[in-house]
Design a protein around this ligand. Structure first.
Ligand code: ADP
Ligand code: MG
Length: 403
């Protein structure tokens, strides 16, 4: 279907271009008073028509930004040439006003602003020339009402800008929508694929790990080899955790019961659990929550979300630093903040959060944040990240409060 669309699109392009070329050629050849003496003006007009025609016909083949820029410059030369060569044809002035519209056809915002800017300068020079030097000899129709023509020009540019703005907005919205569909499609495929292979991978991994654990205890192997077994087991553990995290995305449990969860209790148990993890690098978690707040969610999933985010905060922190976790109620919202003073993230890194397999850690799976976003969305919550490189990160999680 996509292919047919492109083909139809190209047909339309060539049809339009052939129409434009025919009109330009007719402009050169029919009732052209310059044609009689074949002077330099006529030859220039003819050449620019040929150059534009060839460029427009070649454009679909190359379609680069430089090619578009060349076509716009040619359009400038063409329209100003006919304006200068045929001063008696007043309608040429209308074309000057509409040169930036050529860029709209290409959906190129940079080129559009560029042509709008250049055109204003050229029009100012043209009007200056007509007012100061021409004195209305050649361009009587412009000189007679110079102010009115300036207003018309400004009005036409505003109109073109408005058209450009609306078109651009629509195109951007469509692009975003298309991106979202693609992302959803990718996730679905990833999920189905995971469900299909996860078990197949899990079984052999468990068997190999079991044997390695046996060998690790076996006295016939020396310590050097045993430490290699430990390494292998570690790697297999990573593989297992990727598979189980993948499975939780592939088969989100639809029948999880939603209850009124007391955030204070959940946060207490999560921080107790993670404090021992944090102690590895001497990081402790400071929990600040006074009142009981309730969220409508599944307890296990809420814990999973909090564990992922607090674990990230610990992993980003330097040895000895604390992670602060706060919880509280703000009107009808329950807000949880996880604050660390670790290595932080750049804006681009923040944008990548939640993309499957995006991880900067040597042993990371890059699935943690994606699972968090999924869980938050499921219970109408939001996750907001504020971060600065080398200063730290604050993750703010909000859920509707349940009274
Ligand atoms: P993983 O922890 O397995 O790498 P996540 O999805 O949990 O996957 O996180 C993705 C990446 O986001 C991490 O690798 C890390 O670079 C970055 N990140 C997440 N939380 C923080 C944080 N609090 N401070 C700095 N970087 C973070
Ligand atoms: Mg993580």
């Amino acid at each position: 279907m996509f292919k047919t669309y492109i083909r139809n699109d190209q047909k339309l392009y060539f049809f339009t271009i052939l129409l434009v070329i025919t009109i330009m050629t007719m402009g050169v050849l029919i009732k052209n008073h310059l044609m009689a003496d074949l002077g330099i003006g006529f030859l220039f007009h003819l050449s620019i028509v040929v150059i534009i025609s060839v460029s427009l016909l070649l454009y679909p083949k190359y379609g680069t930004h430089s090619f578009r820029t060349i076509i716009i410059i040619e359009a400038f030369i063409y329209f100003y040439t006919i304006f200068i060569l045929y001063p008696e044809t007043w309608s040429n002035f209308i074309f000057l006003c509409f040169i930036p519209a050529v860029a709209i056809m290409f959906f190129d915002s940079k080129l559009f602003h560029f042509s709008l800017f250049i055109n204003s300068i050229l029009i100012a020079i043209t009007f200056g020339f007509i007012a100061l030097f021409d004195h209305g000899n050649l361009y009587t129709y412009i000189k007679q009402d110079l102010v009115g023509n300036v207003f018309n020009y400004v009005g036409s540019q505003a109109l073109i800008y408005f058209i450009f703005y609306l078109t651009n907005l629509r195109v951007k919205k469509q692009e975003l929508y298309y991106e979202q569909i693609k992302q959803a499609e990718r996730l679905k495929t990833a999920g189905q694929l995971a469900a299909a292979v996860a078990h197949e991978i899990r079984n052999p991994v468990t068997v190999v790990k079991g044997f390695l654990q046996l060998y690790e205890q076996d006295s016939q192997f020396n310590d050097a080899i045993k430490s290699q077994f430990t390494l292998m087991i570690d790697e297999l553990n990573t593989a297992e955790s990727v598979v189980s995290q993948f499975l939780s995305i592939a088969k989100p449990d639809e029948n999880l019961n939603i209850e009124s969860v007391n955030l204070k209790v959940v946060l207490q148990s999560v921080t107790d659990l993670l404090n021992s993890y944090g102690l590895l690098n001497n990081n402790n978690i400071k929990l600040e929550i006074k009142e009981d707040c309730y969220i409508a969610a599944n307890k296990i999933e809420l814990k999973q979300l909090l564990i992922n985010i607090i674990k990230n905060a610990i992993e980003a922190s330097e040895i000895g630093d604390s992670v602060i976790v706060t919880g509280g109620k703000k009107e009808d919202i329950v807000e949880i903040q996880v604050i660390d003073h670790g290595h932080g993230m750049s804006d681009t890194e923040i944008e990548c959060l939640g993309t499957p397999f995006y991880s900067l850690k040597s042993k990371g799976t890059g699935l943690g944040m994606m699972i968090c976003y999924n869980i938050a969305a499921k219970y109408k919550g939001t996750i907001e990240i504020q971060s600065a490189i080398d200063e730290g990160t604050t993750v703010t999680i909000c859920f509707p409060s349940r009274n």
